[in-house]
Design a binder for this molecule. Structure first.
Ligand code: XLS
Ligand code: CA
Ligand code: CA
Length: 439
């Protein structure tokens, strides 16, 4: 039984290919900076958009045609869907996938039944992982869709909801560990507020800190050694999410003494919603040793919400790969396509076109970034820009060996700073384009 009878395994055909069912840039075995593209990019496909997305929007119902799905909430349908998912992962040569607990298995009448459903589908996921060699990049718990989470999960005003969320994460961690998941993600779906008049922010933040400590303790207890990742997002569904951007997350982790246990999962569309670029968020996290993984997608310049579109812009993938290479790679994280096909792209084959385009855009971004690094021209200009810090007064300040009084004495003697030099922004932007042209 195949769900995609007309779609072959997607192979690399090179940049000249006109075949939309072939890779033009993603050549898994190709070596870049001493590692294969497969190892650099660690692509992952998400279960939620690709297998549970229907194309519905606030103005109309789903449009997606998914012949393998009987539309029911049965465990049998979920198990069958899991087998179809692995056919797609394999055909796209994706080494990883990621899921929420509720994407893969339906909720039952109570927590006990829900957990049993999850186990029954995890049996199939385990079997399919073993058969295909596709691995789990990360698991997570959906603590935002069910109405019980209307006020949040760990930050709910209702203590019972905190307890339910704890039980849910406990189970999701167990299943993630059973499936060899290399990371576990916390995206604070409704961990924020709509209105401060009814919100005790301090108490909610304390509860969130407590929740993460409980997760760390339980991971230790069961021997889960994967990375814990927090995924920043500034808003949607709440007007303010506590994990609003990389800086807010890192401040929170420090405040609650969690820095040793968490890194960040940076998503492109969330960065732009926060008023930052993806490169900014990656640099912010990376410079503090907290870059864990990325959710690869993009927003739309003209739409102010989380559109989760597939990344196709070479400029953005180049920026992203420059940051990833700068911080020594993304493993054990990956490039996870948290992206969905548009409502109008309703046929199964669109799932393939979308991922191929995204994978190619990242492979090309990797090649461009590696070429920029190999020539060293960009880095040379940055190094020169900061050269005043390498000796003399700059080196003294960096070493912590200069007081305010020393600096005053230095400047009284010198009179005026050495003349500034141009930042050369336009020249550098043209330089980046040169590499985009040539790769
Ligand atoms: C939603 C988030 C979500 C997380 C996983 O905006 O991107 O999908 O990645 O819960
Ligand atoms: Ca995401
Ligand atoms: Ca998103």
């Amino acid at each position: 039984m195949t769900a995609f009878p007309d779609i072959p395994k997607i192979e690399y055909e090179g940049p000249q290919s006109n075949n939309p069912l072939a890779f033009r840039w993603y050549n898994p075995e190709e070596i870049v900076e001493g590692k294969s593209m497969r190892e650099h990019l660690r692509f992952s496909i998400v279960y939620w958009h690709t297998f549970r997305g229907t194309g519905s929007d606030p103005f109309g119902p789903g449009t997606a045609v998914r012949p393998w799905d009987d539309g029911s909430d049965s465990v049998a349908n979920a198990q069958n869907r899991a087998r179809v998912a692995f056919e797609l992962f394999e055909k796209l040569q994706s080494p990883y996938y990621a899921f929420h607990d509720r994407d893969v298995a339906p909720e039952g009448a109570n927590l006990r039944e829900t957990n049993a459903n999850f186990d029954a589908v995890a049996d199939v996921l385990e079997e399919e992982q073993q058969r295909s060699g596709v691995k789990l990049l990360w698991g997570t718990a959906n603590m935002f869709s069910n109405p019980r989470f209307m006020h949040g999960a760990a930050t709910s005003c209702n203590a019972d909801v905190f307890a339910y969320a704890a039980a849910q994460v406990k189970k999701a961690l167990e299943v993630t560990m059973r499936l060899g998941g290399e990371n576990y993600v916390f995206w604070g779906g409704r961990e924020g507020y709509q209105n401060l008049f009814n919100t005790d922010m301090k108490r909610e933040l304390d509860h969130l800190g407590r929740f993460f400590h409980l997760a760390v303790d339980y991971a230790k207890e069961i021997g889960f050694t994967g990375n814990f990742l927090i995924e920043p997002k500034p808003k949607e569904p709440t007007k303010h999410q506590y994990d609003s951007d990389a800086a807010a997350c890192l401040n929170f982790l420090r405040q609650y003494d969690l820095m040793d246990h968490f890194k960040l999962n940076i998503e492109a569309n969330h960065a732009t919603l926060a008023g930052h670029s993806m490169m900014h968020e990656l640099d912010y996290a990376g410079s503090q040793g907290a870059l864990g993984s990325i959710d690869a997608n993009r927003g739309d310049l003209l739409l102010g919400w989380d559109t989760d579109q597939f990344p196709t812009d070479y400029y953005q993938t180049t920026e992203t790969m420059l940051a990833i290479l700068k911080y020594g790679g993304i493993a054990p994280g990956g490039v996870n396509f948290d992206a969905k096909v548009r409502r109008e792209s309703f046929e199964p084959i669109d799932l393939f076109y979308a991922h191929i385009g995204g994978m190619d855009a990242f492979a090309k971004g990797l090649k461009i970034a590696a070429a920029i690094r190999a020539d060293g021209e960009l880095q040379g200009l940055v190094d020169a820009r900061y050269s005043s810090w390498n000796s003399g007064i700059g080196a003294k300040i960096e070493a912590g060996a200069a007081t305010f009084a020393d600096l005053e004495a230095y400047m009284l003697e010198k009179g005026e700073p050495t003349a500034n030099v141009s930042g050369r922004q336009e020249m550098l932007e043209a330089l980046i384009n040169r590499y985009l042209d040539r790769c």
